[in-house]
Design a protein. Structure first.
Length: 128
């Protein structure tokens, strides 16, 4: 089995397991798969992959996008997530401007939001 055929486990830090579980399970709708250890929460992703939240008392989020979900209709996904309390980031930079929370460079559309620990998450839709 090669790496290209392998399911992956994305690992993100959290400082509060209860708050993180509520966000990922209730707001994002990811299925909670239990714990992977005493300080890990596991959530199912497509293709047998998992999101693993590691409880770390001094958790610090990455300054970059930590994970992005590919979606088929970004406008519908933004509306659905907003209805569940997810707040999207908006940008007005010289090389990146969002309209209705979505950045569109012609080849991809993307929208970003933060989890309760400040990890940057994204949804994206490929064009064409």
């Amino acid at each position: 089995m090669s790496l290209t055929d392998s399911a992956v486990a994305v690992m993100l830090p959290t400082g509060d397991a209860t708050r993180a579980q509520e966000f990922y399970e209730k707001r994002l709708g990811l299925p909670y798969d239990g714990t992977g250890g005493p300080d890990e929460l596991m959530f199912g992703l497509g293709g047998g992959s998992h999101l693993v939240l590691r409880v770390l008392p001094d958790a610090h989020p990455s300054p970059n996008t930590a994970m992005s979900f590919e979606v088929s209709d970004i406008a519908a996904e933004v509306a659905d997530l907003e209805s569940r309390g997810v707040r999207f980031e908006d940008y007005d930079l010289p090389d990146m401007k969002t309209v209705d929370h979505v950045f569109d460079d012609g080849s991809m559309k993307a929208a970003w939001f933060l989890d309760p620990d400040g990890n940057i998450l994204c949804i994206h839709q490929l064009s064409g």
